[in-house]
Ligand binder design. Structure first.
Ligand code: ATP
Length: 216
């Protein structure tokens, strides 16, 4: 369970998010919104990267404000446009993330195959295409066993085969490993084959539920 309580975020006095209360049980959530509506800001807040007023709790126990380290251990995040120091190789980032997030080698190898991350992983990230950077960022987000994985625009820049593979990976990870997801996009949910638990839009700084597509 992820609970947002009186979450407000402004930049330079301009309100970007105002979420009085939002409670998410285990599942897959789709967050839609136009450019500048606040999707990336919300995911950065949820992953502990941006200060805000209010609180966020996991399982009614771990508060992002009071236990920030314990909270962040439960959240993995992949940004919309990943950036890494150009001299670091993908493999070095994987090794570092594996040690921090207590990932296992077999898990990483499987996800690497699913996302079709080839030997380029051993090259410095400065040599990667945007799709390669995206795949590396997604791989890092799946390492370990967080309670939530937050993926900002995960399907952009991926080729069609990789998009389909990612969809299946998300569904399997949610169902088999009990890990929940929040995905953002500008696009309608129909573009994807995932049966989302709930779909939200950010309209005028507030979250609005669009529909409930969950089958069971
Ligand atoms: N660091 C910042 N400083 C000032 N304003 C910011 C900052 N980051 C975001 N904003 C503003 O917050 C608002 C929400 O931005 P955000 O990046 O969250 O939108 P988004 O929904 O992810 O947009 P997009 O779909 O274009 O990626 C925008 O008005 C943006 O200009």
């Amino acid at each position: 369970m992820l609970e947002l309580i009186a979450v407000n975020k402004s930049f330079n006095g301009t309100a970007v998010l105002n979420i009085p209360h939002w409670s998410l049980s285990h599942g897959m959530y789709w967050l839609q919104g136009s450019n500048g509506s606040g999707k990336s800001t919300l995911l950065k807040i949820l992953s502990g990267l941006l200060p805000f007023s209010g609180d966020i709790r996991i399982n009614n126990a771990i508060s992002i404000q009071k236990q920030p380290v314990a909270f962040r251990k439960q959240i993995n995040y992949a940004p919309a446009e990943p950036q890494f120091p150009p001299f670091i190789t993908g493999q070095e980032l994987v090794n570092f993330t594996r040690s921090v997030k207590e990932g296992d080698a077999l898990q990483i190898s499987l996800i690497r195959d699913i996302l079709q991350i080839g030997d380029f992983i051993h090259n410095p990230t400065g040599s990667y295409s945007s799709g390669m950077l995206k795949k590396l960022s997604l791989l890092l987000a799946f390492i370990g066993k967080p309670q939530w994985i937050l993926l900002d625009e995960p399907f952009t820049t991926l080729d069609h085969a990789s998009q389909k593979a990612l969809e299946q990976l998300i569904v399997n990870t949610c169902q088999q490993k009990n890990i929940s997801f929040i995905l953002t996009s500008h696009h309608d949910i129909e573009a994807n084959n995932i049966a989302f638990t709930e779909v939200y839009r950010i309209i005028d700084h507030e979250l609005t539920i669009v529909n409930n597509t969950h089958a069971d």
